[in-house]
Design a protein around this ligand. Structure first.
Ligand code: NAD
Length: 318
């Protein structure tokens, strides 16, 4: 029987699908330092970001045939080495796009009305009337212009929500020139809106957007948005990073907020995860979440099902 180790967990829908197809699934976590001894009993390992599958572990597991990553990033896996050793590597790039786009808007709405401040300050005993006064300068999202950097899967989902909210969307992308964005109204309505979005140059977007959200891969190096780019933005711009820590330079962001150039920021991903810089954590102009872009039941169910389908396709139903 084919044995699968889901070392960072897998949604029950995925487990059911695998078990129905005749696979044995183990979900008890094996600590990283013991994987070398135990992983070779398995034919496949499913991971999220926590478990690392590096060259030394791969060398200890000649029986391993599949590494399946729930999510997009493959930075915790030595993919080239695995492939060289004949191990197939799968991921689920599309499964969490809607959830990440919705989190982007959770931050935008929070910053628009100061929800993050209310949720911190009211339980601390803040004066109700004082807080009401402090939060009296909220803004409506409808009618605002959002710049989207990266018109891929998540960027397009973000655009879809923005358009439906009555925002103007100006996307930027290295490769994509235009994208057709469908907006399906909630059933039983059959109405479907279709919109063509054309990308513009970064400089144009930076000078026009009220809110800028990043949705590109980032593996370190020069930030996508640093001091120079922030300098070209409108005064009082709002920045959202749900992509990867450092895609917005954190020092440049802190400085932009200190000078008032940047009104506020929503951050799901940090340079120093899991210990983000302290000055961001309690900052009234920063809404923070602990890298939860894909952490919805729907996304995890889609990830689990997609991984299960890929593993079943790989080995064939038993
Ligand atoms: P994607 O590959 O579908 O789209 C990325 C787009 O960005 C592509 O169209 C590409 O051409 C464009 N691009 C790349 N570099 C660029 C640059 N420098 N300037 C402008 N455009 C550029 O990726 P996706 O599925 O939309 O995911 C985007 C990123 O979101 C992922 O790489 C990942 O880092 C992040 N993500 C975060 C979470 C989370 O939990 N917060 C979850 C999933 C994905």
């Amino acid at each position: 029987m084919i044995k699968i180790l889901a070392n960072d967990g897998i949604h029950t829908d995925g487990i059911l699908l695998l078990e129905e197809a005749g696979f044995e699934v183990h979900t008890e976590k094996i600590p990283q330092d013991q994987l070398g001894k135990k992983l070779n009993k398995y034919d496949a390992i499913c991971v999220r970001s926590a478990t690392k599958v590096r060259k030394d572990l791969i060398d200890l597991c000649p029986n391993l045939k599949v590494i399946a990553r729930g999510g997009v990033g493959l930075d915790n896996i030595d993919v080239d080495y695995a492939v060289e050793k004949g191990i197939k590597v799968y991921n689920t790039p599309a499964a969490s796009s809607k959830s990440v786009a919705e989190l982007t808007f959770a931050h935008i709405f929070s910053l628009a009305r100061g929800l993050h401040i209310s949720n911190r300050e009211l339980p601390r005993g803040a004066d109700f009337k004082e807080l009401k006064k402090q939060l009296s300068k909220g803004f409506e999202v409808r009618g605002r212009t959002i710049g989207i950097i990266g018109l891929g899967r998540i960027g397009q989902e973000t655009a879809r929500i923005a358009v439906a909210l009555g925002m103007q969307v100006i996307p930027v992308d290295l490769i994509v020139d235009e994208a057709q964005v469908d907006i399906e109204l909630y059933k039983p309505s059959e109405v479907k809106l279709n919109l063509k979005l054309e990308t513009v140059r970064m400089k144009e977007m930076l000078s026009k957007a009220d809110i800028i959200s990043i949705h590109v891969p980032f593996k370190g190096g020069k930030a996508i948005l640093g001091t120079e780019e922030i300098g070209q933005m409108k005064d009082g711009v709002i920045l959202i990073n749900t992509a990867r820590g450092g895609a917005i330079d954190e020092d440049a962001l802190a400085n932009g907020i200190a000078t008032g150039k940047v009104r506020a920021a929503g951050i799901d991903v940090f340079m120093n995860e899991p210990s983000p810089r302290e000055d961001f954590l309690n900052h009234p102009n920063i809404s923070v979440t602990p890298h939860i872009g894909a952490s919805t039941d729907e996304a995890q169910a889609r990830i689990g099902m997609e991984l299960a389908e890929k593993i079943i396709d790989h080995f064939g139903a038993l």
